[in-house]
Structure formats: C-alpha cells, structure tokens
Design a protein around this ligand. Structure first.
Ligand code: NAD
Ligand code: DAU
Length: 348
C-alpha cells in the first residue's frame, strides 16, 4: 500500500483532494497533515474520517523536527502539498505568517522528502500546489502561460512565488522529482467565508453589506473546486517530472458582474424581490496592490493530460449556492468566534 501525505487537507481545496483520493484509491493510505488554523476544519472531511485508508495528523509544517520525524516514521511515497496561508488580505496585515508557513513550511517538507528519498527517487513524487497570483497582474489582454515571468505583488503571492522557486531549485539541485501547478480562483463547497464568493453568499443570506473593493472592475478566472481536484489527481499520476502546469476555468468575470449574478440567483433562491440583494452592494476602500486581472491559459494541461473543466460556471455556482443554503450549521460554526473579530477589523 502506497503512503501518500496530503498537507492542508482540512482546508478548502485540500478537503476536496483528500476526499477524492481516499474514496478513489483504496490502495493508498492517505495521511492528512493539517495544523487546523482558522482556515482548517475537520467538519470539511467528516464523511471520510472513519475510512480505513485514512489518517489525520495534527501538526505544523513550520516545525522542522516534527516534519522530519513524520517522514522517518511513515516513509511516504508521495506528497501533495496544499497547506498554506492563502488569503491575500491577511497577508497584507501579517506578512511574516505567510513567510513562515508558505516558505519555511515548504522548505521543511522539501528537506524531509529529499532526505527520506535521496537513495532512490524512483517512484517518488513531490507535488506543490500553487497559484496564478505568482505571475502578477495582467492588463486588459493576454493570458498567463507556464513561461510567464513571475511578478508577485502581494505578500501572499510573493511567499507562494518563493515556495515555487524552492521546489524547482530542489528539482535542479538535488534531483527531487516534483510537479507544480498554478491554478486560478477556486469556488465551491467548504470555502471559508473570507473569500469573495462564500463571503458574499453568507452576507446576502444575513442581509449584510456586500463590500466590493474599489470600483469592482477587477477580473478573476473562476474554477469549480472539484474540477481542480480532478486536475490535481491527473497531474499527480500522469504529469511529467519537473514540469509546471497552469490550471484555469476559461471563465473570466469582473467582480462586480459576478456579484450582481450572485445577487440575482440568491434573490430567486431566497424568495426575495428581484433587485433586493443588489441593494446590499457597498463600494469600499480598495485592497492595496490589488491585481487588476488574472486569466489562465490552460492549454498545456488540456493537450498533454486531456483535462478541461467538467462543469459550467452556471452549474458550479448553482451547486455552490445550494450547498451553502443547505449547510447553514457549517456556516454558523465557522463564522462564530474569531471570524467576528477578523471581520470587524477588515471591514470596519
Ligand atoms: P485554505 O486556507 O482553505 O486551507 C489551508 C489549509 O492549510 C488549512 O486547513 C490550514 O489549517 C492549513 N495550514 C495552514 N498553515 C499550516 C501549517 N503551518 N501547517 C499545517 N497546516 C497548515 O486554502 P485553500 O484555498 O484550500 O488553498 C490550498 C492551496 O491551494 C494553497 O497552497 C493555495 O495557495 C493554493 N491555491 C488556492 C486557490 C484558491 O482559489 N483558494 C487557487 C490556487 C491555488
Ligand atoms: O488566483 C488564485 C487565488 O485566488 C488564490 O491563490 C488565493 O488563495 C485565493 O484566496 C484567491 O485570491 P483572490 O485575492 O483573488 O481571492 P478573494 O476571494 O480574496 O478576492 C477575489 C476578488 O474579489 C479580488 O479582486 C478582491 C475582491 N474582493 C474580495 C473580498 C474578500 C472584494 O471586492 N471584496 C471582498 O470583501
């Protein structure tokens, strides 16, 4: 039985990846390593917690001794690394937390994998999950390709760019077998309501203002999270060593247009009058260093591995909104306590 370590598996994307791997690959034992920060929640993976091929390990990737001991103990065959500080706004408040987890944590994992595997890299794989934000901002035209130069603008994207460079450097210097993907904005179930889509769904439900940064004319390329998990599965099993793949939704939306669409659907679902939720839109102070536009050219993963998104944005959004409306208890649990303090500080 292969032993696979997935980091950050109690978070948004990680929980979908862990679920997919545990259910689809009974021949693997999946170890989910997560520090359970504010963004990690065991409720996200409750449905698989008792599976015999699954073990949860609570721990911090910044703790070098702990990580090295974990690798000694389990001798993993593969690593899928998703644990990260992931929210741009929080990185503006506290860049060092991002340096610690995203850079030092990644290097700790790279060292542990290298030391454990150095006598025989055959069959081993370190998969680093990263973001399109490392490429910086696009103007009105063009797409990010795998050869677009790195040009990160926020402490978050700078820390992810740095971690990407370390992964490549370990491949070049030590021969560590790695694959790396850079993905666009995800949306779907179990998304923590500090990010645009779940935050706005939650605020519409509760009749709270919808804080649109700046003029709302910022563009993101949205991908349904389960399609990201499918891509991750494919790259882990079929991607070429030392290669990078961009993953995106072929689905660009200006924030303000997306927010208006959300408002329309929510009015229908909640039985409100058309236009009621749009009245909640409030333009607020812009995010410092706000990237204007992200858009991914995902033709490489399409051509080489045959991946493309399987659901349309309309289908994905419908599923997502239904999930939030049917899981109010989850929403209430994650928005109690520390969330309130964060919200007050960010949007006061
Ligand atoms: P998330 O914030 O929802 O989850 C991160 C998880 O990592 C949480 O469970 C958290 O507890 C855990 N974690 C944080 N610090 C840790 C530490 N020091 N040690 C161990 N665990 C720790 O993030 P997400 O949105 O699911 O993103 C997952 C990965 O995908 C990240 O690397 C992110 O950069 C990347 N990514 C995210 C998106 C997106 O749209 N959300 C898009 C592209 C790439
Ligand atoms: O592109 C991939 C990235 O997408 C991931 O690497 C990050 O982990 C993930 O958080 C996401 O980053 P963004 O900054 O694009 O996502 P966020 O949901 O925070 O913001 C999306 C857009 O909406 C962005 O232009 C800022 C805007 N926004 C966001 C919030 C939270 C608002 O206008 N108001 C808000 O309150």
């Amino acid at each position: 039985m292969k032993k696979i370590l997935i980091t950050g598996g109690a978070g948004f994307i990680g929980s979908h990846v862990v679920r997919r791997f545990v259910n689809k690959y009974p021949e693997y034992h999946i170890f989910n390593l997560d520090a359970l920060t504010y963004a990690g929640n065991l409720e996200n993976i409750k449905d698989i917690e008792n599976k015999s091929n699954y073990t949860f390990v609570k721990g911090d990737i910044v703790d070098e001794a702990f990580i090295s001991e974990l690798f000694n103990l389990h001798d993993f065959d593969g690593v899928l690394h998703l644990a990260a500080e992931s929210h741009v706004d929080r990185s503006i408040e506290d860049p060092l937390a991002f340096v610690k987890t995203n850079i030092i944590g990644t290097v700790n994992l790279l060292n542990a994998a290298k030391n454990q595997w150095k006598n025989n890299f055959k069959g081993k794989r370190f998969y680093h999950i990263s973001t399109d934000e490392v490429y910086g901002s696009l103007g009105a035209e063009g797409l990010f390709t795998e050869t677009t130069p790195y040009d990160p603008n926020s402490p978050y994207s700078a820390s992810k760019a740095s971690s990407d460079h370390f992964v490549r450097a370990y491949g070049e210097t030590y021969g560590l077998p790695y694959v790396l993907t850079n993905c666009s904005n995800n949306y779907g179930s179990f998304h923590f309501p500090e990010k645009l889509i779940p935050l706005f769904i939650n605020n519409i439900i509760n009749n709270r203002p919808l804080p649109v940064y700046g003029d709302g004319n910022y563009t993101r390329d949205w991908l349904f999270v389960e399609d990201h998990a499918i891509a991750i599965d494919l790259v882990f099993h079929k991607g070429k060593n030392h290669e990078t793949y961009n993953i995106g939704g072929f689905n660009e939306w200006k924030n303000i247009d997306l927010v208006k669409l959300l408002c329309q659907i929510m009015d229908q679902k909640l039985g409100r009058h058309a236009g009621d939720s749009e009245k909640l839109i409030t333009y607020v102070k812009d995010r410092p260093g706000h990237d204007l536009r992200y858009a991914i050219d995902a033709s490489k993963i399409n051509k080489e591995l045959g991946w493309k998104p399987s659901v349309t944005f309309e289908e994905g959004l419908e599923k997502t909104i239904n999930w939030y409306l049917n899981n109010e208890e989850w929403l209430q649990n994650v928005t109690s306590g520390a969330y309130k303090e964060y919200y007050q500080k960010q949007y006061s």
